[in-house]
Ligand binder design. Structure first.
Ligand SMILES: Cc1cc2nc3c(=O)[nH]c(=O)nc-3n(C[C@H](O)[C@H](O)[C@H](O)COP(=O)(O)OP(=O)(O)OC[C@H]3O[C@@H](n4cnc5c(N)ncnc54)[C@H](O)[C@@H]3O)c2cc1C
Length: 264
């Protein structure tokens, strides 16, 4: 790890000002991705601006027809929240599948979305539920947020403050986990939303994506059978020691069927 200056933010404004006052700063949420990256000397920031003490950025509430989760809320809190369990049980379930107990007690929804790992679980929920990402300066629709591998619509220094999820009629999530890290090799989140069915896939490609063929099939017949014969192309899917593109394509259909079964 290279040397850096540690700075503890005392408010949102303080975080922004410490970030902009440094040469090349990074925000730190739980450090679950950032610290391993620094330990491997893959990044060399001048400053870390720690958001961990900003209680205003933690918590879960209901606002109108939306479930609102603040950026510094850890996965364990989402997994065990009675409100999340009652309004979007699939989201509570998803949070409980992330990593291990340490990761779930330190990792945050804001850090996960800002990082946009191609295998991260939350992006599939955010895209399928047609959520809105709120930052310190604007709101960004899920459709516009995920722009590529480890890439998002966030500008330099822009801070995620919260995510609002419209409460769907039904939703389900299922993933096939990497046996070591627990990251999804393929994960599928399905939702019956006010705008119709949405199906979002993580782990399979460079970035989370939707499956329009499945969404049309579900619009006329919300059932696991509706997607059973939808075969996804392996073109452009990820290939690594864990799974070939063809295997990942096959898993998309299997995980989608199971997610719809889970949604009911
Ligand atoms: C062993 C292991 C297993 C894991 N398994 C899974 C899994 O199965 N599924 C899954 O989805 N994830 C998994 N993760 C990732 C985990 O879910 C964390 O959420 C993720 O690593 C982000 O961590 P963090 O919230 O601590 O953010 P940090 O590591 O602190 O930050 C990550 C990045 O986001 C930026 N950032 C943080 N907060 C904000 C904000 N509010 N606004 C703007 N930028 C911000 C930081 O500057 C940094 O670039 C795993 C991680 C580990 C170490």
């Amino acid at each position: 790890m290279y040397d850096f200056t540690y700075q503890r933010a005392s408010s949102l404004d303080d975080a922004k000002s410490k970030f902009s006052g440094a040469d090349d700063a990074r925000y730190m949420a739980g450090g679950m991705t950032l610290l391993p990256v620094l330990k491997q000397r893959l990044d060399q920031p001048s400053d870390l601006v720690d958001l961990g003490f900003l209680d205003d950025l933690k918590g879960i509430s209901e606002d109108g027809g939306n479930l609102v989760i603040k950026a510094m809320t850890v996965h364990h809190a989402v997994n065990t929240s009675d409100l999340v369990k009652s309004k979007i049980p699939a989201l509570a379930h998803l949070a409980g599948t992330i990593g291990d107990p340490m990761v779930r007690n330190r990792g945050t929804i804001g850090g996960s979305l800002a990082n946009n790992d191609p295998a991260a679980s939350y992006p599939s929920a955010v895209l399928a539920l047609n959520a809105t990402i709120h930052t310190d300066g604007r709101t960004i629709a899920a459709d516009d947020f995920f722009t590529g591998m480890f890439d998002t619509a966030l500008n330099e220094g822009e801070l995620i403050t919260q995510v609002s999820f419209p409460i769907p009629e039904k939703a389900g999530y299922c993933h096939f986990p990497n046996p070591a890290s627990r990251y999804p090799i393929v994960g599928v989140f399905v939702a019956k939303t006010a705008d119709g069915p949405r199906v979002a896939v993580t782990g399979a490609g460079a970035c989370v994506f939707q499956v329009p063929e499945m969404e049309s099939a579900l619009a006329s017949n919300w059932s696991p059978d509706a997607v059973a014969n939808v075969k996804c192309s392996a073109d452009g899917l990820n290939e690594d020691i864990h799974a070939s593109p063809e295997y990942r394509a096959h898993l998309i259909t299997v995980m989608a069927k199971r997610a719809i079964e889970a949604a009911g």
